[in-house]
Design a protein around this ligand. Structure first.
Ligand SMILES: N[C@@H](CCC(=O)N[C@@H](CS)C(=O)NCC(=O)O)C(=O)O
Length: 259
């Protein structure tokens, strides 16, 4: 749908492009980074698991697994952070995030990042179960402050729903040791202290640095999170083991992420 809005130069069409996502999800953050990098205009809508499942299914094209981030446009719906980032590149401005010569590196790190983030989701969903403060912060914005304590268990239900829907890892701590630690060691080895995985900033850096959220989320300037949500994501042993990579991620944000 396009709505005409008056501007100083006459009338321009306001695109109703909408990104549905979860504020604390690193997949959502990857898609927002690509859209913002390319200066693609969109409005953001927070997705609440379970409560918004019907609407999500209704929007999702047949044959696609319903998940967020999801970008709805006049021309259709794009599901998944990678597809959204490519769509941003096709429509937006600015330096390319997917230069031809970087595609093999981008695809390789996208696959690693997706595996690692799924372990992060399992780990956080599990920790959310015993954390009423995180549950309160995850409730939809329209629930008044005074009632959030009462509704907190519904967020826990949402977390259990996510665990079932995305087949949560039964032992995320073991997977952190077996999969996440080697992935981050590989990242360190490939970066060799350089600022980028390729010659310049590409989507390989965005998708690889999303994995650092399992150690500690990016600062509030870029990723505003409630204090309990931020604390739940923080994983002290990973922070201690990969402080250099956290520093690399923070430098990337400072240079390339529009607040
Ligand atoms: N490979 C997908 C993974 C997305 C994903 O797993 N999204 C989860 C994040 S927790 C989700 O949609 N959860 C909400 C739901 O299923 O209702 C991507 O890159 O976007």
């Amino acid at each position: 749908m396009q709505y005409p809005i008056p501007t100083a130069l006459g009338v321009r069409l306001l695109s109703m492009r909408t990104l549905h996502g979860i504020g604390y999800s690193p997949w959502t953050e990857k898609s927002r980074w690509a859209l913002d990098h390319h200066r693609v205009e969109y409005r953001y809508r927070e997705h609440t698991p379970l409560i918004d499942e019907l609407a999500l299914r209704w929007r999702t094209p047949k044959g696609t697994h319903p998940s967020v981030p999801q970008l709805s446009e006049d021309t259709g719906v794009t599901t998944g952070s990678f597809a959204i980032a490519r769509r941003a590149e096709a429509q937006g401005q600015g330096s390319p995030l997917f230069p031809e010569q970087a595609l093999p590196t981008i695809q390789r790190w996208e696959a690693v990042s997706d595996r690692v983030l799924a372990i992060g989701r399992s780990s956080v969903v599990r920790r959310m179960a015993g954390n009423p403060a995180f549950q309160r912060e995850s409730l939809p914005g329209f629930i008044p402050k005074a009632l959030r304590g009462l509704f907190a268990p519904s967020a826990a239900l949402g977390a259990r729903f996510i665990a079932r829907k995305h087949r949560a890892d039964p032992d995320p701590e073991a997977s952190l040791r077996e999969t996440v630690v080697p992935a981050l060691e590989q990242l360190r080895a490939e970066l060799k202290g350089r600022p980028y995985l390729e010659g310049g900033f590409t989507y390989a850096d965005i998708t690889a640095c999303a994995m650092l959220q399992l150690a500690v989320p990016a600062a509030d300037t870029w990723l505003p999170l409630g204090p309990a949500t931020r604390e739940t994501w923080r994983h002290e042993p990973l922070v201690a083991a990969f402080a250099d990579l956290v520093e690399w991620r923070d430098a990337l944000y400072a240079k390339h992420r529009r607040p």
